[in-house]
Design a protein around this ligand. Sequence first.
Ligand SMILES: [Mg+2]
Length: 230
Amino acid sequence: MRLQGVLLDLDGTLVDHESAVRDALRAWLPSLGVPATDEVVALWAVAQERHLVAWRERRVSFQEQRRRRLRDFLPSVGVRFVDDDEHLDQLFDGYLHWYEQAWRAFDDAEDALTAISRAGLATAVLTNGTVAQQTGKLARVGLLGRVGPVYTAEDIGSAKPAPRAYLIACDRLGLPPAAVLNVGDRYDLDVEGARAAGLRAVHLDRNGGGPMREHSRIASRRELVRFLPS
Ligand SMILES: [Mg+2]
């Protein structure tokens, strides 16, 4: 079947989420008396993923996964805190302020969007996030309105890698899954999940983490052109 559309992941694909997190921690943690060492940043990443999984699986709300992240992370870096929701939400707002300041698009965004539109393909964003945060992120980096509709796990009611998230996104795009290529940085969420739903997938492996056996693996979105009709 002819390729007709491209679904783009957001964090780690269009916007440099990892650098934004690191920059935010460097700005925020000293206010808690914690130096943002590589080890501390790694602890945050582990807590972030652990509790985002619970949110993706719809076991907790988006706000509750943030609280759980702090309950998990703060003791691990020796910060004492009052364990009530309001206090945790205030603390998280401190991090969020810096995280939002640090949002940047990857510099391969323009080339990839130009190549996709030259190939005559529809685009949309499919992201595991909330509507407000993810549209705000795209607006901040100047991509909102240039990447097509934005489908989030929140408004779809299902998160990647669930095939349902992909099937609903394709349905909203008005395209059969086999005519849609998904591009994302997480192999488990963006590649395995998309293929399980019948889409094609390209792994955007910016850091070269693999898996190396993957035939549709690119290091930059500039290489996406290989997978587009000429
Ligand atoms: Mg991603």
